[in-house]
Ligand binder design. Structure first.
Ligand code: GLY
Length: 357
């Protein structure tokens, strides 16, 4: 059972990658836990709820549903669920289990962070993207109209339970969306994973269990290392935003309805690689290999009728923008990136235009 510890001065919790691990959910509840609220979507609960309900048999629990969809990742549904929790007997001894994709993991985590000033959460991600990124590391939150994840909190979970078998029924588009976060992991810190993704794309795309387990384990190990070294994103954790600065702008520009998060990140990685080339942080051969790997896991849905200038204007609203200075994570070579600010705005616009071309 590969278990990766996230260990910071203040928190310690495991991210466990194991087929069937959902069955162990009750073991991760505190002994004196009160009512357990499983926060999910109706769709996930229909397909995967029975396994979790079996695992929680004997513990007082109830499922509550979020609407699903990035455009619904707002404060309103959180308040509605908090009211329901109070009505249904929730108190400070309650525990939230976040059971779904990245949106559910972020929203349910945030609900736990603020309900009665904070109750514990267990993360059980059911999409590839949530398994390798969203559910690991304690980031929780919701979107504002003006930008992605602009309200939120760090709220580390008691445990992250990652069951690769949960992906067997994941729609193809959702699966590919997660693969781009894994491509990101390869580019920023895992050259061996990058090579594996390049050499074994047939097995990865066919969801062969050995391939799926391998790419999840490498990504979760990497993320556990990074978060353990910098939980609050003061330094090393910023590398995880590779492709996200542009990606978040694209999601906001399209009203959070056209692209899945990983798809926006794929466009964003293209822009970051072109910007790296234009600013000279990365050699052409490495840049070409990165662009090719992003392409390999495509096609990315098209970006018709999106203005590069509008996207550039939106970069200012990103969380990584501090006192007007936009910070870009740019590639150096496969397995290494760096954070750069003060980049010429004309180069940024050119990079976005090339990425979208
Ligand atoms: N998804 C980026 C991070 O967890 O820091």
């Amino acid at each position: 059972m590969p278990t990766y510890q996230i260990e910071t001065p203040e928190h310690r919790y495991p991210a466990i990658v194991e087929r069937g691990v959902i069955r162990s959910a009750a073991q991760h509840l505190p002994a004196k836990a009160g009512k357990v609220f499983v926060v999910s979507t109706e769709d996930v609960w229909r397909h995967q709820g029975p396994a979790l309900a079996d695992a929680l048999a004997g513990r007082q629990h109830e499922a509550l549903f979020l609407p699903g969809g990035e455009d619904q990742k707002r404060l309103g549904p959180i308040e509605r669920l908090a009211e329901l929790m109070v009505e249904r007997g929730g108190d400070r001894s309650s525990v939230v289990i976040a059971f779904g994709g990245g949106i559910v993991n972020d929203m349910a985590g945030f609900l736990a962070a603020i309900f009665m000033r904070g109750i514990p959460v267990i993360q059980i991600p059911t999409t590839l993207l949530a398994q390798v990124d969203a559910a690991v590391g304690g980031k929780t939150g919701v979107n504002l109209q003006s930008g992605k994840n602009l309200i939120g909190s760090f709220h580390p979970p008691l445990a992250v339970l990652i069951d690769p078998a949960a992906l067997d029924t994941l729609p193809e588009r959702e699966y590919r969306s997660g693969l781009w976060e894994i491509v990101k992991a390869g580019i920023i810190r895992e050259p061996a994973l990058f090579r594996y993704l390049s050499d074994s794309s047939a097995g990865v795309l066919a969801r062969r269990p050995a391939a799926v387990d391998r790419i999840i384990e490498d990504s979760v190990r990497m993320k556990a290392e990074v978060v353990s070294s910098d939980e609050r994103e003061g330094d090393l954790r910023r590398i995880l935003n590779f492709g996200h600065t542009f990606g978040h702008a694209l999601e906001a520009e399209t009203g959070y309805t056209r692209f899945l998060h990983g798809e926006a990140v794929a466009w964003g990685m293209r822009a970051a690689v072109y910007l790296g080339e234009l600013t000279g942080t990365v050699e052409a051969a490495d840049a070409a290999a990165m662009l090719e790997l992003v392409r390999r896991y495509g096609p990315i849905p098209p970006v018709n009728r999106i203005s590069a200038a509008n996207l550039q204007a939106r970069l200012v609203h990103d969380k990584k923008t501090v006192q007007g200075a936009i910070h870009f994570v740019l590639p150096v070579r496969v397995g290494e990136v760096k954070v750069v600010s003060g980049v010429d705005e004309k180069l940024v616009l050119t990079a976005i235009e090339r990425a979208l071309a």
